[in-house]
Design a protein around this ligand. Structure first.
Ligand code: UGY
Ligand code: MN
Length: 245
């Protein structure tokens, strides 16, 4: 939703960014024929990964990511068919896939669909085979209550040395919060799926709501408190499982 002319909640800084949907810029992209894409996090900001929304009309067909790049996709709306090695999988709302670097796949929109996509260069590990594709539905992933039930954590990617990233769902009860201000070398790409609250990034506090995206660079102090009458839930990427150098 747009506010007043000349205003936005988007706020871009050297080591963090809040991108609200009022400032989205839709573009075309050769790899996504017939689709509209909206990049919200890219290396131009300083991030070491990309995050974008992809709006696919019914029937759109999309091939794999660029060489060396792995792709995570999460269906926000609609339905897609994902072909991997010839085997089709149907993914509806809140189904997701992690597609390993340099592996063939095709995404076909069964209905008009909206995806959120994360792409990063895969960091291999000597002596460890690269991962297999992961395809699942968020609703089937068990949640772990943490911080005395202030939030429930779902880990969408298996905990295995082959994976160089995490993508989690964090669901906060009203009044729930992160227990402390985190500082860590890992980066985040975050999308608010439900509810909102106050996000602390560095020395700034931002009101946040459904549809907002946040990039948190290395060591950016970060804290969240869920404010409101409903749960606040976000999808959060983190580079993970690898040395910092
Ligand atoms: O996993 C995390 O680092 C997570 N707790 N960070 C965050 O929610 N900002
Ligand atoms: Mn964190």
């Amino acid at each position: 939703m747009r506010g007043h002319f000349g205003e936005t909640r988007s706020s871009i800084h050297r080591n963090h960014a809040l991108i609200s949907s009022d400032s989205h810029e839709r573009t075309t992209l050769p790899g996504w024929p017939g689709c509209e894409v909206t990049f919200v996090i890219t290396p131009q900001m300083g991030a070491r990964f990309s995050e974008f929304f992809a709006d696919l009309p019914q029937g759109a067909a999309v091939g794999p990511a660029l060489p060396g790049i792995q792709r995570f996709l999460f269906v926000l709306a609609g339905e897609i068919e994902l072909a991997i090695d010839g085997a089709p999988h149907t993914l509806g709302e809140e189904a997701y896939a992690l597609l390993p670097a340099d592996s063939w796949h095709e995404i076909r929109a069964v209905k008009a669909s909206r995806l959120v996509v994360l792409e990063k260069r895969y960091a291999g590990l000597a002596g460890t085979e690269p991962p297999q594709a992961v395809i699942a539905r968020a609703a089937n992933i068990p949640g772990s209550p943490i911080e005395d039930g202030a939030l429930v954590l779902q880990k969408l990617i298996p905990e295995d040395a082959a994976f160089d990233c995490e993508v989690n769902l964090m669901d906060f009860v009203p009044g729930g919060s992160l227990p402390y201000v985190e500082t860590h070398f890992m980066e985040h790409g975050l999308l608010f799926l439900n509810g909102g609250g106050i996000y602390r990034l560095g020395a700034s506090w931002y009101p946040v709501e459904q549809g907002d995206v946040i990039w948190m660079g290395p060591f950016e102090p970060q804290w969240f408190g869920a404010i409101g009458k409903t749960n606040a839930r976000y999808l959060i990427y983190k580079n993970w499982n690898r040395d910092p150098h």
